[in-house]
Design a protein around this ligand. Structure first.
Ligand code: IDP
Ligand code: MG
Length: 138
C-alpha cells in the first residue's frame, strides 16, 4: 500500500472541479484515506515549495496557492506516487495531453488544478506536513 499527497488547488476549487478530479483518482482504483480543507499560509507554502522558493515565479505561485481554501488529501493504492502523477499529466497544462487532469482542466504552467507528490520519500514528508498520524486512515 503506497500513499501520496494531493492538493486540489484554488483553481480546481473555484471551478467546482473537486468532485470530478477525485472521481478520476477513485475510478483509477485509489482509496481516499485522508482529506481536509485548508487555507495555506505563506510559511507552509514556503516549506512545501522549498525546491522552487528561489525561482522568480515563486511569489506569484504563493499568492495563487494562498488565495482561497484548497482540499488536501491522501490517496492510497498500488504504485500510487507514479500513477497519480501520470493521471495528472505534466506541470504545464498547455502541454499536458487531453485525457490527463491538467490537460483537461488546467490553465497554464502555474494554474494547473492539482499537486501530487513526486517521489515515495517526498510523499511521506508531505503527508506528515499536512496530516497528523491519526488523520490518515490507512
Ligand atoms: P509539479 O507540480 O508538476 O510537481 P513543480 O516543478 O514541483 O511541478 O512546481 C510546483 C508548482 O509550481 C507547479 O505545479 C506550478 O503550479 C508551479 N510552477 C512550476 N514551474 C513554474 C513556472 O515555470 N512558472 C510558473 N509556475 C510554475
Ligand atoms: Mg512538484
Amino acid at each position: 500500500m503506497e500513499k501520496t499527497l494531493i492538493i486540489l488547488k484554488p483553481d480546481c476549487m473555484e471551478k467546482r472541479l473537486a468532485g470530478a478530479v477525485l472521481d478520476r483518482f477513485q475510478k483509477a482504483g485509489f482509496d481516499l484515506v485522508a482529506a481536509k480543507l485548508m487555507h495555506l499560509k505563506p510559511t507552509l507554502l514556503k516549506e512545501h515549495y522549498a525546491h522552487i522558493a528561489d525561482r522568480p515565479f515563486f511569489p506569484a505561485l504563493a499568492t495563487f496557492m494562498g488565495k482561497s481554501p484548497v482540499l488536501v488529501a491522501v490517496l492510497a493504492g498500488e504504485n500510487t506516487v507514479a500513477r497519480v502523477r501520470e493521471l495528472l499529466g505534466p506541470t504545464d497544462s498547455t502541454k499536458a495531453p487531453k485525457g490527463t487532469i491538467r490537460g483537461d482542466y488546467g490553465t497554464d504552467v502555474s494554474v494547473n488544478i492539482c499537486h501530487a507528490s513526486d517521489s515515495i520519500e517526498n510523499a511521506e514528508i508531505e503527508i506528515a506536513r499536512f496530516f497528523a498520524p491519526g488523520e490518515v486512515f490507512a
